[in-house]
Design a binder for this molecule. Structure first.
Ligand code: 9D3
Length: 238
């Protein structure tokens, strides 16, 4: 089951090394995922290859016009309408915030078109006519949807069976959203006087598991109490 991803952007070159590197590169080499990046300017009609125009009602910046965007989306995802074979996702600050459950839902699609917003945003008629959903990475300001699209691609590719070298790691993380991980250590055992906790070198696997669980709980309480939710902050489980 190959994951087919297309990207529509005014900065296709941003994706070049990303797509050839690490798990994304390996997944593409193995044929587990395909990623095609398309330059929106290829659909521009005028001499200046415009993709944006000034906002009606005034205000700063520019807005992405439907004129190249809609034909581009139709060409890449098929004619507008409910039974399009390809799900069209726009990356925009107005979108629903992505989390692991959202990634898993997207990963169930066979074919995705990621539309990267730029400038002040996308003309509403494009979103109404041609986009199935809008996704944001979170409440901070970036300059466009390209970095968020890469985050979505990376998150999706590692969900494809066979992409991760170690098939267990995806499994372990599917408990994710549950607790933060505690501290991790590798050699040397003493680095500038800071020693690795003795329990990790003890070989006592039960003691190690208890210690890790306690550290994970403590860290989650301190940094992300929202993840503990109704389990509450008084959890004493060891
Ligand atoms: C007038 C206020 N704006 C500019 C400061 C709104 C605005 C428009 C366009 C803010 C950001 C952007 C460009 N960002 C994205 O396209 C984007 C984004 C983001 O900025 N943060 C988190 N996720 C995403 S997904 C796409």
């Amino acid at each position: 089951m190959t994951l087919e991803i297309q990207v529509l952007t005014v900065f296709p070159q941003l994706f070049e090394t990303f797509l050839d590197t690490a798990f994304v590169g390996q997944a593409r080499a193995k044929g587990l995922a395909t990623v095609e990046v398309h330059d929106l300017r290829g659909w521009a009609q005028d001499r200046h290859r415009s993709v944006d125009d000034t906002p009606y009602g005034g205000g700063p910046g520019m807005v992405m016009t439907p004129e190249p965007l809609i034909p581009a989306i139709e060409a890449l995802a098929g004619p507008l309408g409910p039974d399009r074979a390809c799900r069209v996702v726009a990356l925009s600050p107005q979108g629903r915030r992505l989390d692991q459950a959202g990634l898993e839902r997207l990963g169930a699609e066979r074919s995705l078109l990621l539309v990267c917003g730029r400038y002040e945003g996308i003309d509403q008629r494009v979103l109404d006519l041609a986009v199935d959903e809008e996704i944001s990475l979170g409440d901070y300001v970036l300059s466009g949807g390209e970095i968020p699209a890469m985050a979505v691609i990376e998150g999706l590719v590692r969900l494809v069976p066979g992409v991760l070298g170690n098939p267990e790691s995806a499994q372990i993380e599917s408990f994710g959203g549950d607790l933060l991980e505690g501290p991790q250590y590798t050699r040397p055992p003493d680095y500038r006087g800071r020693r690795v906790p003795e329990v990790l070198r003890s070989g006592d696997h039960e003691a190690i598991a208890r210690w890790r669980r306690a550290e994970a709980l403590q860290r989650t309480r301190e940094r992300r109490p929202d993840l503990l939710g109704r389990r509450g902050s008084d959890e004493t489980e060891s």
